[in-house]
Design a protein around this ligand. Structure first.
Ligand code: TXD
Length: 317
């Protein structure tokens, strides 16, 4: 059986890590596309020359022509500018919309049957544009943000409680911006609610709440924290790992329940917008959107996040 073909549109910071991780995990043959001549070719040649050491047999090649992504099964899009310190993700909408228009056209013509995972910011707007221009069905066009935001939330919880990250389950929904919604109520460590563990750790309900609020705030600002530290560019290791978890769920039909930026048509009371919600990812892409009841606080935060997404997306029209 032929190996899957994974096209990575954008050979920058995230694209390079995506290419290396996809090759290391032998998820499929990799084509790394960029408009800069030599960049994707140099990165993929370098990755390939490690194959005898790391023991992977997939092909990993660079491209500057969309015809090279012909027949890709999965396309992951990172093409676009990253933030600089002091910039919001929304500040990127103008330049990245122009780039996404070009990219979506290239995917539509050369990989008409692909599942598309968009990473480029502002994420909620870019995935909307990508789906509109490709015209692909909603189960095949999704955004990556929630897996990353949830991983950041889980990391902070694991550090605070001194437990393995492997045992922390945490989910962040809504838009990929400061209004994102960490679902505190369902955060747990092997089933034990985090809030209960915090209250026992500090023997003080108010203190536990304070600690959790600080972790929620840090999660909402985690992207900006990395941008500020790096000084030039944004996070790239964790976004790459997060997008590949989604790609692997599709390629290996894993039926994973992950937070995915998906086109809602009535779910969670939202119609016609891409928002981060729990989805089952498998061979048919977004196979199911999993709804659950939000409490008053969560609903208010979710509504505010959706409003921010709507404002951003409508500003593109
Ligand atoms: O969670 C998330 N979704 C976010 C997304 C997490 C972190 C970063 N996020 C965004 O991903 C970030 O704000 C950017 O919009 C993208 C890509 O970030 P990256 O750090 O990889 O940016 P780079 O290193 O600048 O790479 C972008 C590449 C670069 O090599 C350009 O030459 C290329 O995009 N580029 C293009 N490729 C194809 N086609 C066109 N038109 C094009 N224009 C630029």
């Amino acid at each position: 059986m032929a190996r899957a073909k994974i096209a990575l549109i954008g050979g920058g910071q995230i694209g390079g890590v995506l290419a290396q991780l996809a090759a290391l995990r032998e998820l499929g043959d990799v084509v790394l596309f960029d408009i800069v001549e030599g960049l994707p070719q140099g990165k993929t040649l370098d990755i390939s020359e490690a194959s005898p050491v790391d023991g992977f047999d997939v092909k990993c090649e660079g491209a500057n022509d969309y015809s090279d992504i012909q027949g890709a099964n999965i396309v992951i899009v990172t093409a676009g500018l990253p933030r600089k310190p002091g910039m919001s993700r929304d500040d990127l909408i103008g330049v990245n919309s122009r780039i996404m228009t070009q990219v979506a056209e290239g995917i539509k013509v050369n990989a008409p049957d692909a599942f598309v995972i968009v990473i480029s910011n502002p994420l909620d707007a870019m995935v909307t544009l990508c789906q509109k221009i490709t015209g692909f069905p909603k189960n095949r066009v999704m955004g990556m943000a929630g897996v990353l935001d949830s991983a950041r939330f889980a990391t902070f919880i694991a550090w605070e409680l001194g437990v393995s990250v492997k045992d922390v389950s945490a989910m962040v929904l809504g838009g990929h911006g400061d209004t994102m919604v960490p679902i505190v109520r369902y955060a747990n460590v092997n089933g034990v609610p985090v809030m209960e563990l915090l209250e026992r750790k500090y023997n003080d309900v108010a203190k536990a709440r304070e600690i959790m609020d600080a972790m929620v705030k840090r999660t909402q600002g985690a992207g900006g924290e990395v941008v500020k530290l790096l000084g030039n560019g944004s996070a790239f290791y964790s976004p790459a790992s997060s997008a590949l978890a989604m790609a692997e769920a599709i390629l290996r039909d894993q039926k994973r329940l992950l937070p995915v930026c998906a086109l809602l048509e009535g779910e969670f009371g939202v119609d016609g917008y891409y928002v981060g919600v729990p989805c089952v990812l498998g061979a048919d892409g977004i196979e199911k959107i999993i709804e659950f009841s939000l409490d008053e606080t969560e609903q208010a935060m979710f509504d505010a996040s959706v409003a921010a997404v709507k404002e951003l997306v409508d500003s593109m029209a």
